[in-house]
Design a protein around this ligand. Structure first.
Ligand code: NDP
Ligand code: OXD
Length: 308
């Protein structure tokens, strides 16, 4: 039985070493050395070259090497192939660090202070106590829930918005489109941790940004496709949004000269909020392969029709 790995090659070498140690019965193949394609039962990939799937006639499971699956063209995935996303403690830990850093950065007005420092100004702003700051998270999945749990000890007023009810202690819950305006109206800082689907594409747009309290801060660690970039720039210009921390962009990397690189109210990072580490990810994938082989349900199995 073999698994083909098609993602970052350096990380692939780490995966190969771990597979050799932990699962010598599985032949690990590192793209582009795919060997006989009809031996491949498992594919672990971030992006899939066109035509690859058609050659893997015995493929049983496609494992995303990340938490999301929006990078795949699901229409080209044969219906019998199971699709599994990565629910990985390493990704969760990375995202928690990033969201806490981003929320505190906005809470403590760091974009203003960075600008003041560069301009040689000593300009203290009022310090808002955490108890008076309202932080909302969109998407209460693995990552959204972990981020909220890490923000709780600071004493912020926390809220969460989700497709289905997900009660979380210490967090005001809002559900579905009908409650989106009420949720947004209570976010001084809000964090997008949604998956990118037909329903969530463009969800951060002029209409929704206008529902936030004036001067709110935005964190997008979901996908670039959630945000209508021109609408954010307009909201920053008008002061409707005071600052944004963005880890993702519609086009990655954004083209040279893109306003996100130089905007004084935007902190941009290159899609590094969380990263997949071989040490944790390989164990998760192996556990799922063993589950699949024994007929047990895999963790992170994606219902195709739902798209996340
Ligand atoms: P999950 O699938 O665990 O959670 C997604 C959550 O979003 C679920 O709670 C789901 O609701 C909710 N949701 C889905 N669609 C809607 C909708 N239309 N309206 C409201 N809520 C909705 O995903 P994760 O938490 O693991 O990951 C979330 C996303 O984070 C990934 O898809 C990826 O885009 C992004 N990500 C970014 C990274 C980075 O480095 N920047 C790293 C890793 C992930 P329900 O409970 O009802 O299903
Ligand atoms: C992921 C990502 O989905 O890194 O894991 O964005």
């Amino acid at each position: 039985m073999s698994l083909l790995y098609k993602a970052d090659r350096d990380r692939g070498r780490e995966w190969r070493a771990l597979f050799a140690e932990l699962a010598p019965d599985i032949e690990f193949r590192l793209w582009p050395e795919i060997g006989p394609p009809d031996d491949v039962r498992y594919l672990a990939a971030w992006q899939i070259p066109p035509d690859l799937l058609a050659s893997l006639t015995k493929l049983e499971v496609l494992f995303s090497t990340g938490a999301g699956v929006d990078q795949f063209d699901l229409a080209s995935l044969p219906p019998q192939v199971k699709l599994v996303r990565l629910i990985d403690p390493g990704i969760i830990a990375g995202m928690v660090e990033y969201v806490v850093w981003a929320a505190l950065t906005l809470h403590r007005d760091m974009p203003d202070y960075l600008l003041a420092q560069r301009e040689g100004r000593w300009a203290p702003l009022p310090l808002v106590p955490a108890q008076r700051r309202r932080i909302g998270v969109m998407g209460l999945g693995e990552l959204g829930r972990a981020a909220l749990a890490a923000l709780r000890p600071f004493g912020f007023q926390l809220a969460g918005w989700n497709r289905s009810p997900r009660p979380i202690e210490g967090v005001r819950g809002f559900v579905g489109q009908a409650e989106l305006p009420a949720f947004l109206g209570e976010c001084d800082i809000f964090v997008c941790l949604l998956p990118l689907t037909a329903e969530t594409r463009g969800i951060l747009c002029r209409e929704t940004l206008a529902l936030l309290p004036k001067g709110a801060g935005l964190v997008n660690t979901g996908r670039g496709g959630h945000l209508v970039e021109a609408d954010l720039l307009a909201a920053l210009d008008s002061g409707q949004i005071s600052a944004a921390v963005l880890d993702v962009a519609a086009e990655e990397p954004p083209a040279e000269g893109h306003p996100f690189y130089s905007h004084p109210k935007i902190l941009l990072t290159p899609h590094i909020a969380a990263m997949t580490h071989a040490e944790t990810a390989v164990r998760v994938v192996l556990d799922n392969i063993r589950r699949h082989e024994s007929g047990a349900p895999m963790h992170g199995l994606v219902p195709r029709e739902r798209g996340y």
